[in-house]
Write a protein that binds this ligand. Sequence first.
Ligand SMILES: Cc1cc2nc3c(=O)[nH]c(=O)nc-3n(C[C@H](O)[C@H](O)[C@H](O)COP(=O)(O)O)c2cc1C
Ligand SMILES: Nc1ncnc2c1ncn2[C@@H]1O[C@H](COP(=O)(O)OP(=O)(O)O)[C@@H](O)[C@H]1O
Length: 306
Amino acid sequence: MIVCIGAFDGYHRGHFSLFRQAREMAARAHTEWKIVTFSPHPRYVLGGLKARLFTLEDAAFLRRNFDIPEPLEIPFTREFASTEPRLFLDELRARLGVTGIVVGREFRFGRDRSGDGEFLARYCAERGLELALMPQLVMDDGIVVSSTRVRDMVQAGNVDQAAELLGYPWFLFSEVVGGERRGRAMGYPTANMLPDEKKLTPGEGVYAGAMWHGGRWWPAAISVGRNPTFLVQGSLRIEAHVIGFHGDLYGRRPLLAFLKRLRLMTRFSGRMSLMKQLALDCEETRRVFDASRPLLKVFHCLPSFD
Ligand SMILES: Cc1cc2nc3c(=O)[nH]c(=O)nc-3n(C[C@H](O)[C@H](O)[C@H](O)COP(=O)(O)O)c2cc1C
Ligand SMILES: Nc1ncnc2c1ncn2[C@@H]1O[C@H](COP(=O)(O)OP(=O)(O)O)[C@@H](O)[C@H]1O
């Protein structure tokens, strides 16, 4: 068994290069490969990580889509974090029959983060295990691909940049719940997406996006904000006007993909000026949606209903 060890908050282009390597090593050795990961996310337990890029449901969808085998999820606690690296690997070998290891070069694990590349090289050489220490992937513009970087981009509203690092648009699955029913009266009904507190929220603003519903993609103009035109201290909401759609979404759990931020949230003088702007937002959303069709094709394993 070839194991690919890491924290994995969803999967980005850097992870995919690790998986390619693991797949190749497994094929050469006529064996299988598997991700070994930790749950909850180590940085959530040790501090620093408040919200994830992707929920466990999102990650399961990504694995189906990208043909990634079911991972081994090791319960992560503070005690576990101080396991001797050698002990951790001895147990993993006994459990899975490990013949090779693939990790990112910057990966550290175990007591005092002493399980580093140097340790792994020694451990593997002494036991005849194959080891691949993969360098961090760097984009053409010099940006280093990492989950932290993608999280920062999504939180800053730079979802188009995030998509470049991920290899697919950042998305969420969430239940559609009722709102104040103002949208319909303006001619722009919006599906209110129930936020998941474990998942991060994109920066406030208006986005061009796409919703997968009823077996097809729809262009969706998305608002992430507190409805400042109508409310003084509204709560943060994610809502999507699905362009060209007429029907009921309450109680559904569609996938909403974020393609590009179009503008910041604005407090308009009234509903007429907001409606004028919404028409422009929808026009721009259609344009971005049409240009993003190749990116959406990356998702080829979508549910036929939701
Ligand atoms: C594409 C889009 C852009 C929006 N932009 C703004 C905005 O700039 N300012 C604002 O106050 N509300 C904005 N909204 C939110 C509307 O105020 C909100 O959809 C409306 O109040 C309906 O609320 P309801 O779902 O509770 O009926 C936007 C909504 C959409 C779909
Ligand atoms: N094109 C559309 N985009 C989004 N939701 C739509 C659309 N057409 C119909 N709907 C339905 O209308 C609801 C939103 O209407 P809206 O008046 O904004 O009500 P609410 O305030 O309850 O969200 C959605 O949840 C969905 O069921």
